[in-house]
Design a protein around this ligand. Sequence first.
Ligand code: NAI
Ligand code: MG
Length: 323
Amino acid sequence: MTSIAVVEGDGIGQEVIPIAQNVLALLHPEYEFYPVEIGYGKWRKTREACTADDIALLRDADAILFGAVTTPPAADYRSVVLHIRKELDLYANLRPVQGNGVDIMIVRENTEGLYSGIEWQEKDRACTLRLITRKGSERIARAACRIARERRNHLTIGNKANVIKSDVFFRDICIQTAEEEGIPYTTAFIDALTLDVLMHPERYDVIVTTNIFGDILSDAAAYLVGGLGMLPSANIGDGHALFEPVHGSAPDIAGQGIANPVAAVRSAAMLVSHLGDTSGAARIEEAIRLTAEAGIITRDNGGTATTAEAGAAIIAALTRLLD
Ligand code: NAI
Ligand code: MG
C-alpha cells in the first residue's frame, strides 16, 4: 500500500492541493491519502504550527504532497518548511523550469547554507551564519550529477567564490565530484548566471547551487515559463520525499479562487515519477499542455479561468488520456 501524506497548509495551498490530490487519485486509485494539518492556521488555533506528531505522520508516508504555509513576520515563529526539511533531511531541492522551449533543472542544497538557522540578534546588529559542510556539498553535488546523467549530461555550478570563502569550498567540492562522476561541468558566478539563464536558457541543463542562491535563481527563472504558478518542486532525502509548488500561500489572492493549480499538479507529476510511474508523470504533463492549448488558463498567465475551471479541465484531459 502506497501512503501519501497531504498537507494543504495555508492560503492557496488549500485551493490547489485538492486538485493535485484528485490527479494522483485518478492515476493511482490504490494510493491511500491521509491529511496532516500543519501551518499558520493551525498555530492560530493551537499555538503550534507543526508538532512532533505531525513530523511522525510525515515520516510514515511513502511521499508527501505539500501546499504552502504562511510564515508570519513574528520574531518567535520558526519557519515550518525549514523545520520539515531538516527533520526529514530533505537535502535536495529539485526545481525543474520547463516550458516555452526551456528545460532546466535547478538543484538547490536544501539543509544548510544561509538557511542553517544559526542566527542571533543583538541590540545593534544581527548575525546569520552561513554554514557549508563537506557532507552537505558532496551529497548535493552527487545528486546533481546523477540527474545530469539522466538528462543532457551537463552541470553548471552556481557560486559566488569570487567573494565568499564558503563558496570556494562548495564550488571545489562540486568540481571534484563532477570529475569523479565524469560529468562535464562549468562554473559560474550566481549573479551573472541568473541574468544569463534569463537571456540564454538553452545553454543550461542542470544547475547546482547553495540554498539561498537556488531559492532566488528558481523564482527568477520562473519568468521564463509563466511565473510562480507554473513551477513544481521536489524535496528529496535518502529516506523521505516531499513535493510542493515553489510558490507560497499567496495571501494576496487567497480565497479568490484564481490561483493557478499547475505548479501543484506538476508537483504531483514529480511525486508519481519518484514512486516509479514516469509514464503517469508524462500524462499529467500532457494533460496540463492540452488544457493550456484549449485556452483554459488562469489570470496570472493572461487567461480568465478560475482555479476550479483549470483544475477540472486538467482532470478531464487526464481522464481522456487514460481511456
Ligand atoms: P508567494 O509565492 O506566496 O506569492 C508571490 C506572488 O506570486 C504573489 O503575488 C502571488 O499572488 C503570486 N502567486 C504565487 N503562486 C501563485 C499561483 N499559484 N497562481 C497565481 N499567482 C500566484 O510568495 P510571498 O508572497 O513571498 O509569500 C507569501 C507567504 O507564503 C509568506 O508567508 C511566505 O513565508 C510563504 N511561503 C511559503 C512557502 C512554502 O510553504 N514552501 C514558499 C514561499 C513562501
Ligand atoms: Mg522561494
